[in-house]
Design a protein around this ligand. Structure first.
Ligand SMILES: *Cc1c(COP(=O)(O)O)cnc(C)c1O
Length: 465
């Protein structure tokens, strides 16, 4: 399989190169040249597979012959061995509203949020390719919460990789901060920046624009636009469908997906496009509702960013949206570039009526307020004793009119106990991944929000390594 850019400026590259490139060198997002489609017999045959065996089948056409099947199988095994549930992403049936609601639990990985599903595998693939082809990788990223710890856990202890993660000092939740700073492996370098999340992001962008520095240190990113993140996340849609349908291709399943960067829900769209019998994909947003407005009106218009109880979804411009736009506009890079120019110049882009009709056929969408989020946590707890994280609660609340939709449970509630306490007056007990976190030793550098200070810190750290 070869990969091209949504903006048309990247000559086709193989899977490994696409993986290492992350963002396209033309600023676009990488997509496969063709999307494989699956016959009903394949779906039926796959429906009884373990998560790991299914991951191997789903990913093989996208990887092609670049990684031998045995190696890929081994990397997949290793990536999910650290999950605390034998099914990796189990379904949980919960009594609710007189019926039963199904939650797809994606939080059994080492940082208790769904980003582990992709980032554990991405780390192992990076290591495999660096060892095979020679080379080193120094990852630099900024985080306001979940992504940083999942990225750190994805690469900790890997000899050819260093990771530098910046977070705004004192402005991430105590659990999230500890999840990052208690990882003491020699290749993990946390930096608390005396500033805001925007300062952190600005520093990262500044260093990436310094092409000399970037090349000298083999700087790379782990962000939500790496193709592997989408690919790894399609697997659990297949898994959930197989467990619910028993392999019957006539059985269609709906999903409600808490959404920020449009990554998870795009993975569901991709699974459907490959032939998975998906009935409805519900985009669930919090008050940051750019995607909900887009589905309602056909216009994608930037707004202001609000802080909510579901902070991992406090995003206005969804970085994976460009992939969907590419397919919506008939895989025409010139059309994508024109729409992105509109967005840049006017703060919004609009699609044609026929395309808008397609959007509404692809997705339903609902925005959920903080009050509704808390009410949902309370309602589910009262009905069953099951505790939802606020992001998952947004998914459940957004699909109350479709109780048959499987809700993606994106984080363990104990990561967001402030919201949980506010909703039900008690906290969720910590899963194994979070137990004892506040008592462990920490290691973290502290810097001013200055690119000179960050350059010097990276230089001296890598000189010592
Ligand atoms: C990142 C995250 C989301 C949003 O996922 P996207 O892929 O950005 O749409 C939702 N819930 C939690 C807990 C997250 O960490």
């Amino acid at each position: 399989m070869r990969y091209i850019s949504t903006r048309g400026g990247v000559a086709p590259v193989g899977f490994a190169e696409a993986l290492m490139m992350g963002l396209g060198t033309d600023g676009g997002l990488l997509v496969p040249e063709h999307l494989p489609t699956l016959a009903a017999e394949r779906l039926r045959a796959w429906s009884g597979l373990s998560f790991q065996a299914l991951a191997l089948e789903v990913m093989t056409p996208f990887v092609g012959d670049e990684i031998p099947r045995d190696d890929l199988a081994r990397l997949i095994e290793r990536s999910y061995a650290g999950f605390s549930h034998p099914e990796v992403t189990p379904l949980r049936r919960v009594p609710e509203g007189g019926g039963e609601r199904i939650y797809l639990e994606l939080f059994h990985g080492p940082t208790a949020a769904f980003k582990d599903v992709a980032l554990q595998l991405l780390g192992n693939l990076f290591e495999f390719l660096l060892e095979r082809d020679g080379g080193r990788l120094n990852i630099l990223g900024a985080t306001s919460g979940d992504t940083g710890s999942a990225a750190i856990y994805g690469v900790r202890g890997k000899p050819r990789i260093n990771i530098f993660i910046l977070h705004p000092k004192g402005r991430v939740s105590p659990v999230q901060e500890r999840q990052m700073t208690t990882v003491l492996d020699a290749n993990v370098h946390n930096v608390a920046v005396r500033g805001t999340f925007d300062d952190c992001q600005h520093l990262v962008k500044t260093l990436f624009r310094d092409l000399d520095f970037k090349a000298r240190h083999s700087l790379g990113a782990v962000n939500s636009i790496n193709w592997l993140r989408i690919l790894a996340q399609t697997v659990y849609y297949f898994y959930a469908w197989g467990r619910i349908s028993g392999g019957d291709p006539a059985r269609r399943v709906s999903f409600a997906v808490p959404t920020g960067n449009f990554g998870d829900v795009f993975a569901g769209w991709l699974a459907r496009r490959m032939g998975l019998p998906v009935e409805r994909l519900v985009i669930a947003t919090n008050r940051n509702d750019i995607l909900t407005r887009f589905v309602a009106t056909g216009t994608y218009a930037k707004g202001e960013v609000f802080h909510t109880l579901s902070p991992a979804m406090d995003i206005q411009v969804a970085s994976n949206f460009e992939r969907y736009l590419y397919y919506l506009l008939g895989q025409d890079p010139a059309a994508v570039r024109a729409k992105l120019t509109d967005l840049e110049q006017t703060g919004q882009l609009a699609v044609e009526p026929a395309q808008h009709a397609q959007v509404q056929a692809d997705f339903a969408a609902t925005a959920v307020s903080d009050a509704e989020t808390l009410a949902q946590i309370r309602r589910t707890f009262d009905a069953s004793g099951y505790i939802l994280c606020p992001h998952t609660a947004v998914g459940a609340a957004a699909s109350r009119d479709r109780p048959d939709a499987v809700v993606l449970a994106t984080a363990h509630p104990a990561k967001f106990n402030e919201a949980v306490r506010e909703a039900i007056g008690r906290e969720a007990p910590p899963p194994p991944a979070l137990a004892g976190l506040m008592d462990k030793p920490v290691r973290c550098a502290e810097l001013d929000a200055s690119d000179a200070a960050l350059r010097a810190h990276i230089d001296s750290t890598l000189d010592r390594a």
